[in-house]
Design a binder for this molecule. Structure first.
Ligand code: ADP
Length: 493
């Protein structure tokens, strides 16, 4: 099967840094390779030229020694230096242009001495030039002018083909070219390793930041104490989270304080209104108006209670008492208490599932979850409909599902139903008395119990709310098998 590689993010810092690093390293290597190529060539040509000039000076010395008999010099050169065997060129010319000596063709036939360019007298004592040979080759040709005491002037030319120099620099160029991909690979691998090491804290910072939400602002970024820029960044972000945390806590405390302060006057107001309604001698209109005021006060009290509950949950005060309880039992008990409400609306409520599905938390708050979901299901299901409650365990999760055959929720608003004060249909909800806090309370309680709640719905056919909580074993040491063994089924309604 072909292996699929994760797609490369060409815009990531990692990619760009590795690209820059490898590019820079390759660039430096290329500059170094080209400059050493020319330096090597110049140095090899220089030493070849020097050796040829030295030879010319030696020949000049021979001329001086044989001033009286210059005709002998050619023989001496042949004997001492054997230019044809050493693949060298030597030519001695008089000022008048007569050739005193010209070395024979070399054994290697690498050049033809007779085809050499005509002598070129230097302006100073010595000069050198490069002359082309057949097949794209070249020869270093040096010239040394000598004036003997008798006034005779000679030009001594020595030359050597540059074949070896050219082969050496060609080998060097091939070596550098083969090293280029190796250097490229080292640059890429090394660069990737370095950048990955350097940016590892960034990944840690990002994943911690992703985890941090308004609910866990107490979490902080790991501080590496490396003294580098990333440590500074973590410290700065931690300070920012601290400030956010305190701002959130302040606003939560404000909502908690405000809702707490409102509870007592509302209770008093409600009591007063109730006793007023019961007074004799009130005319019908007055009674009706007091009744409607009492309804509104009731609604207000509900909202204040909701806000109070949410603010306490947000502040992390989820568990007044943290106990282990059977979710199935809780659902049976709660559904039992609410069945009258359903009967009023001619809705059939059925509960089924497993007993012995143990969860841990605040039982009263978890009951609130069941009440709110069941209350909504009954509220938004027309007469004659059904509401089904189901408790089960799946892997390490305890699952409660509340499904109704009611009006349903449109897909575009479904993600918002857990938002605070969100109501799908303002009038529909208001008539039912909801303020749009019921599901936010459910969500907050689930989060406080390390669980979650999700909703699915088909408009016109019904909705399904699914609560998932961590499953705990019936006794802390028991295994899942034991726990399963304990489970019993229940079916009510
Ligand atoms: P409310 O207290 O106003 O019912 P909730 O937070 O409980 O507020 O619900 C938010 C919105 O979600 C409601 O306005 C309602 O329209 C919609 N909703 C909740 N449960 C259901 C359900 N079972 N069926 C249809 N709509 C629902």
């Amino acid at each position: 099967m072909p292996r699929s590689f994760p797609e490369m993010n060409t815009r990531s810092l990692k990619f760009k840094l590795v690209g820059w690093y490898a590019g820079l390293l390759l660039g430096v290597f290329a500059i170094l390779a080209v400059s050493t190529y020319f330096a090597l060539r110049a140095s090899l040509v220089g030493s070849l030229r020097e050796s040829q000039l030295r030879r010319a000076r030696q020949v000049a010395q021979l001329l001086r020694e044989n001033e009286q008999n210059p005709g002998r010099v050619g023989q001496d050169v042949q004997q001492r230096y054997a230019p044809d065997i050493n693949d060298r060129f030597v030519r001695i010319t008089t000022r008048e242009g007569a050739v005193l000596y010209c070395s024979p063709a070399p054994k290697t036939q690498s050049f033809d001495p007779l085809a050499m360019p005509p002598p070129k007298w230097p302006r100073d004592e010595e000069s050198w030039r490069q002359t082309p040979l057949l097949g794209g080759r070249a020869m270093i040709l040096t010239a040394h002018a000598v004036r003997l005491t008798g006034g005779h002037e000679y030009l001594i030319e020595t030359g050597a083909p540059m074949d070896e120099v050219q082969a050496d620099v060609r080998h060097w160029a091939i070596f550098m070219l083969t090293m280029l991909p190796v250097v490229g690979l080292i640059a890429l691998g090394g660069g990737y390793g370095l950048v990955r090491r350097a940016l590892a804290p960034v990944d840690r910072i990002a994943s911690t930041l992703e985890r941090i939400s308004a609910l866990n602002l107490s979490e902080r970024l790991p501080s590496s104490q490396t003294g580098d820029e990333l440590e500074r960044l973590s410290v700065a972000v931690n300070h920012m989270i601290e400030r956010l945390d305190s701002a959130f806590q302040q606003s939560r405390r404000f909502v908690a304080d405000a809702s707490h302060e409102l509870r007592t006057p509302l209770t008093v107001l409600k009591g007063e209104l109730e006793s007023l309604i019961q007074q004799r001698g009130l005319d019908t209109e007055c009674r009706d108006r007091l009744g409607s005021a009492l309804e509104e006060v009731d609604r207000l009290a509900g909202i204040v209670e909701g806000l109070f509950a949410i603010s306490r949950l947000d502040a992390g005060e989820a568990a007044a008492e943290w106990v282990k309880f059977d979710l199935g039992q809780l659902v049976i008990a709660t559904a039992d208490q609410m069945v009258l409400l359903a009967e009023d609306k001619q809705i059939r409520v059925t509960s089924s599932g497993d007993l012995g599905v143990w969860v841990e938390g605040d039982r009263a708050r978890m009951k609130q979850v069941v009440v709110n979901l069941l209350d909504n299901a009954i509220k938004y299901t027309p007469a004659g409909g059904t509401v089904k409650l189901q408790v089960s365990s799946e892997d390490s999760k305890a699952v409660l599902e509340v499904a109704d055959s009611g009006v349903g929720i449109a897909a575009e608003v479904l993600p918002k139903v857990f938002d605070r004060f969100f109501r799908v249909d303002q009038t529909r909800s208001r008539e039912g008395g909801g303020a749009g806090l019921g599901l936010s309370i459910v969500k907050a309680i689930c989060a406080a119990h390390h669980g979650q709640v999700q909703a699915t719905s088909t408009p016109g056919q019904g909705s399904r709310f699914r609560v998932e909580l961590p499953l705990v074993s019936s006794n802390s040491n028991s295994s899942k098998a034991l726990q399963n063994h304990e489970q019993r089924k229940f079916q009510l309604g």
